[in-house]
Every structure is written in C-alpha cells, then in structure tokens.
Design a protein. Structure first.
Length: 286
C-alpha cells in the first residue's frame, strides 16, 4: 500500500466477518460509494479526516468550531455486519463544551423522532458519572440526516429544521439551550436552486451526501475545497476493496431486514384474515 494512502478498514476498526458465506462478493462496478451508507459515512468522517469533520459539523450548526474531540465517535463494525445493533454514527465534542451526534437514516421506519430523542438522551446522560453534578451537563445536539421526508414536516419549506424546548403559548421563550434536535430532509434539496446552494455551505455538504457524482457537486468542488477533498477521500475509500465489500454487506443486511419486516407484516395480516374468516364461519354455523 502506498505510504500516502490511508487504510480505512484498519483505521476505522472495520472487522470483516469470516464465516458468513459472504466473503467473495465481486466488484462488478467501480462506481463511487454513497456516503449515505453508514459504513462509508463512518470511514469518511473519521478521526483521520478531522478537517472534513470540522467543516461538516460547522456547516450543520452554522458556527465556527475551534476544537473537535472525536473520542466519542463509534467507528466499529461488529464481526457480523448483519447485527443491526452495530450502529455507526458520528459523535463529537465541540470546543470542549458541546456534544453532537450525527446519523444518516436511509429508510423511514416510522420511529425517527423517537430514535433521535433516544440518541440525544443517551449522549446527554453519558456526560454525568456517579457523584457528578447536574450543573456540569453540557449542551447536546442530535442530528438526523434523512433520505426521506417526514409526514408531519411536509409543510415546512426548508430542508433543515432545528428544534428546541419552547413555551407552548408564546412560542418565544426557550426553556434551556442544552437541548437541540436538527432534522435534515435530503429530498427537499430538490427545491433549492443552484444559485441558492452556492451561498449555503450546509446545502453543499448535503448535495455531496445525497449524490457525490452529481453535476452540481462538480460545480461546487471548483469553489469549495472541503467538498473537493471530501470527494477525493470518498474516491479513495471506494477504491478500497475491503471497504467496498463491507459497504455491500451492510447494504445487503439492511435490505434483508426490510424484507424480513415486510414478510412478517404480511404473515400477520394473513393470520388475522384467517382468524377473522374462522370467526365468521363459526358465527354462521351458530
């Protein structure tokens, strides 16, 4: 391996499964991997690429960041990549005072709000140890980058919404600055014109996340060095055979999970129909 090439599978502790029968997935295409795949996302925004992480988080929060601590970030795929508990997300501490969690969610499972609240609570709760003081708790932000639109947010025009705890009556007074949720809906980017996007660094990053090979991203690369570096890093990750294999396995595992959930739902419907038919027949006989 060339000296200047990073070993993403080693650096991110991506541990391949060895007895799952999936080792020999072939690479028939060399298309660049999507950052929306959480394996790829984790490798891209890793400690080795801290400048990219800083630019990415800074665009989401719309504020400058001086220091970033990535000790909280989870860059680990378990031996069995099909284990859905092997969550890959980006967890950082900013300027030694703000905790932030970022996750990409591909499919609408009907629980994203609850999931984000859970991640926020875990990160907030994890700050205080036994005997600690409540006053030492720091601001905590949970960010969800969604590959779909939420039904209850369809009337909101923007692709990015920020949520705090406010008074229900006046809707002006914020109870605390310690809580914040940020929801980014990628499909809503289609409503943004290229001129608007060129002025919006967050939109530029989200276009990259959504489709790094788009014409718009190629245009953005000419003026945004961070996006250019992100594309080059993603190309390097995509050329890594082990990373590509793991990304494909992760994608397959998620598709299998969706298929299993659908089949389970269909089985439940059929059982319900059978019971209903049985009950009707029994009633008719009486």
């Amino acid at each position: 391996m060339p000296k200047n090439k990073k070993d993403y599978t080693k650096e991110n502790q991506l541990i391949p499964s060895t007895k799952d029968g999936q080792q020999n997935i072939s690479n028939t295409t060399k298309k660049i991997l999507t950052p929306k795949n959480d394996v790829v996302f984790s490798a891209l925004f890793s400690a080795k690429n801290k400048n990219l992480v800083k630019s990415f988080i800074s665009s989401i929060l719309n504020q400058d960041i001086s220091e970033i601590d990535m000790d909280k970030s989870t860059h680990l795929i378990k031996n069995f990549i099909h284990d859905k508990l092997g969550i890959l997300d980006l967890r950082v501490k900013l300027d030694n005072k703000v905790y932030c969690n970022v996750e990409v969610q591909m499919n609408d499972e009907g629980n994203i709000t609850e999931r984000m609240l859970y991640y926020w609570a875990k990160l907030y709760d994890g700050q205080i140890q036994s005997g600690g003081k409540y006053k030492d708790l720091e601001k905590t932000i949970s960010v969800g980058i969604l590959n779909f639109e939420l039904d209850n947010l369809k009337n909101l025009p923007g692709y990015c919404s920020k949520w705090k705890i406010i008074d229900e009556n006046g809707r002006k007074v914020i109870l605390t600055d310690l809580f914040e949720l940020i929801i980014i809906e990628l499909p809503k980017l289609a409503k943004c014109g290229i001129d608007e996007i060129k002025k919006d660094k967050l939109a530029q990053w989200m276009l990259f996340i959504n489709d790094p090979e788009s014409v718009e991203v190629k245009e953005i690369m000419e003026e945004n060095n961070d996006i250019k570096q992100a594309v080059e890093t993603l190309e390097e990750i995509s050329d890594d055979k082990e990373m590509r294999r793991l990304a494909e396995l992760r994608e397959k595992a998620k598709l299998d999970e969706i298929s299993w959930a659908y089949n389970a739902e269909q089985r439940g419907i059929k059982k319900g129909e059978a019971r209903g038919e049985k009950a009707r027949n029994a009633k008719e006989q009486n």
